[in-house]
Design a protein around this ligand. Structure first.
Ligand SMILES: Nc1nc2c(ncn2[C@@H]2O[C@H](COP(=O)(O)OP(=O)(O)OP(=O)(O)O)[C@@H](O)[C@H]2O)c(=O)[nH]1
Ligand SMILES: [Mg+2]
Length: 271
């Protein structure tokens, strides 16, 4: 056994196709056979990755070769896994070509963009009624979303706190250049019906936005499993607020795949 031994193995009923796998990935995977299986990264811990495979999930490490190249799989990446359950070991040995890469938009110390998630179809830019609602901030998120190649949609959450939810969109529509702007409430359910066209099976959606706008609350509402499933990845900060600390991919009731994110920093130029 090596130090990247599988830490645990769980079963679920999702096929790779339900996890967003397409013919393109089948072609890219063709050169692998034998003990290799394809998978999709659901969560990156510090040095291990939670990976969905056909019908189950495993915790895996990465090969020395990937590590040397600095190629660390991101949430949403489709990967090649050297899966040897009899040896209790699972190692990610390759990352399949990415259809889109969603980055923070700023370069890291080593000059590489910080990848938020890979293979994203739609970006839900989440803001909320109240002090987070700001056209400059939305413009900044839109430029990151456009650079990724994924389709953006703007959600104005907590519309239950506004006297007139329709008015919430007034400041945002002028900067949205035709992109849908949807006032909604993850708590009351207002406007959720307008999300349904985007929540199709196998579609991958990443949620971005400031801390506290309700990204995790929305995911909890749309999840196919009980809310408790998400509590393990959320910290309680003692002030009555939950904060996401780990980026993670979840499967929704509708079959859509949603990636929850820790809140992004509010930019200094937003106001
Ligand atoms: N009134 C109201 N409160 C909401 C709504 N959605 C979320 N909240 C509340 O807003 C707070 C923050 O919600 P979270 O879902 O943890 O926010 P988040 O965007 O995931 O925050 P981070 O994980 O820190 O990025 C919680 O107290 C929620 O109950 C809503 O539609 N209406
Ligand atoms: Mg959260």
């Amino acid at each position: 056994m090596n130090k990247y031994d599988s830490l645990h193995e769980e079963t679920h009923s999702y096929t790779l196709k339900q996890l967003g796998w397409t013919e393109e990935y089948t072609r890219a995977f063709q050169k692998y056979s034998g003990p290799y299986v394809p998978g999709r990264v659901a969560c990156r811990q510090k040095t291990v990755w939670d990976v969905f495979i056909d019908g189950g999930s495993v915790t895996a490490g990465i090969s020395g070769a990937l590590r040397k190249l600095g190629r660390f799989p991101a949430v949403g990446d489709f990967i090649v896994l050297l899966h040897q359950p009899e040896a209790g070991s699972s190692t990610i040995v390759d990352i399949l070509p990415q259809k889109s890469v969603f980055t923070r938009g700023t370069s890291g110390k080593d000059g590489t963009d910080q990848v938020i998630a890979a293979n994203i179809d739609i970006v839900f830019i989440v803001t909320a009624a109240g002090h987070d609602l700001n056209a400059r901030r939305i413009e900044r998120y839109l430029s990151i979303a456009h650079a990724s190649g994924a389709k953006p949609v703007i959600l104005i959450n907590k519309s239950d706190l506004a006297d007139d939810p329709a008015v919430l969109t007034d400041e945002i529509i002028p900067v949205a250049s035709g992109i849908p702007v949807i006032p909604m409430s993850a708590i009351s359910g207002y406007g959720l019906v307008r999300l349904e066209p985007f929540l199709t099976s196998g579609t991958t959606i990443v949620l971005i936005g400031s801390s506290g706008v309700g990204k995790s609350t929305l995911i909890n509402r749309l999840l196919d499993r009980p809310i408790q499933e998400t509590t393990v990845i959320r910290d309680y900060d003692g002030k009555g607020r939950h904060t996401t600390t780990v980026r993670q991919l979840f499967v929704m009731k509708s079959g859509a795949l949603m990636i929850d994110n820790p809140g992004l920093q509010r930019g200094t130029h937003d106001r």
